[in-house]
Ligand binder design. Structure first.
Ligand SMILES: *Cc1c(COP(=O)(O)O)cnc(C)c1O
Ligand code: SF4
Length: 324
């Protein structure tokens, strides 16, 4: 066993707390004061590790706001749509999204360990994804020599069994024109766990490896996530982070500054700070572009350049994420 892997003593505790009332009870919150939406079709889900980082009796906790379904999600707001980034239109085969030059995104798993209320895929028809579609996607990748990099995304790819992921990575390694494997995952932050087999495989892979985690607030980072990051680093991964700019969660200079510094403490460089995708149900998280730019100006004055994320927006039909 890798000495940096996270011990499995956590397993008894990792049963997700499904019901919102249980969550409120555990955090000593009165659901009547919170406008909880217990019936949301995008159901509540969060791992124990993440919930442990939420403060008790704090209805405005920045981690709680990311996971608690609220009635405000039901409001119909003009300009907010089910598929704001045009992913459905960009699928050549189900599960492969090829929008940008040289890299394509493979929807590897239909599941996530956490349901983030602002997620742009909250209405995505994930049932499409299964292993037959991988077969088709891999054929497409084999034929398209313009592709150098495959991004395993989701859902969350690290919710799959390690054996399945290793098989998939072996298929990609066999495609000569691929140079880079990228994994986009929130799992190492919200539910750190041992990935010994996967990392042992990746350590000897011929592909360059990048892990882009997703962390929005410094309170999400723990000693367990630090161990997890060290294990990925030792297996040869470059570590980057993407965040979403979220009102009430991380839309202050102080929070973003400490987020960048806390990430760097764990060996992770900030990559993207995304302007919210305008997905139905997430309007209450939106920060205006004007304010986002003002925060970025202040952030640049406080941090070394390598700790300043790029503020970007995904605009359907554009050839890259658009810098703001
Ligand atoms: C964001 C995204 C990528 C990766 O873009 P980078 O700028 O390389 O990080 C690739 N494909 C799709 C479909 C994306 O949404
Ligand atoms: S982990 Fe990522 S894909 Fe999953 S719900 Fe959160 S933002 Fe969406």
């Amino acid at each position: 066993m890798n000495k940096n892997s996270v011990k499995s003593s956590e397993t008894e505790q990792t049963v997700p707390i499904k019901a919102t009332h249980q969550l409120c009870h555990q955090l000593q919150l009165n659901p009547a004061h919170l406008r909880v939406e217990a019936q949301s079709p995008f159901r509540f889900k969060a791992p124990h590790h993440f919930i442990q980082q939420i403060k008790n009796q704090a209805p405005d906790d920045p981690l709680l706001l990311q996971i608690l379904p609220q009635t405000v999600e039901n409001e119909i707001i003009e300009g907010f749509k089910a598929d704001p980034v045009g992913d459905l239109a960009a699928n050549p085969v189900p599960s492969l999204i090829h929008k940008y030059h040289g890299r394509a995104l493979l929807m590897t798993s239909p599941r996530c360990d956490i349901h983030c209320r602002y997620c742009f895929r909250r209405h995505f028809p994930y049932q499409q994804i299964n292993q037959n579609h991988w077969q088709q996607a891999i054929q497409q990748i084999e034929q398209d020599t313009s592709l150098g990099e495959i991004i395993l995304s989701g859902g969350d790819p690290l919710t799959l069994a390690e054996g399945q992921l290793i098989k998939l990575i072996q298929r990609l390694e066999a495609i000569d024109h691929l140079t880079t494997l990228r994994i986009h995952s929130r799992t190492p932050i919200v539910k750190p766990q041992a990935f010994d087999q996967l990392l042992a495989h990746c350590a000897q892979s011929r592909l360059q490896k990048v892990l882009v985690v997703h962390c929005n607030h410094p309170n999400e980072l723990t000693s367990k996530s630090a161990q997890q990051m060290q294990a990925f680093r030792q297996a040869g991964f470059t570590l980057l982070n993407q965040s979403v700019l979220l009102k009430g969660v991380n839309d202050s200079v102080e929070t973003l500054q400490s987020l960048s510094q806390a990430l760097f403490q764990q060996g992770i460089l900030p990559y993207y700070l995304h302007q919210l995708d305008r997905v139905t149900g997430a309007a209450h998280f939106e920060v205006s572009t004007h304010r986002a730019q003002a925060v970025m100006t202040q952030l640049r004055a406080l941090l070394p350049g390598y700790l300043v994320p790029k503020l970007v927006q995904e605009i359907a039909g554009e050839p890259n994420k658009t810098p703001l």
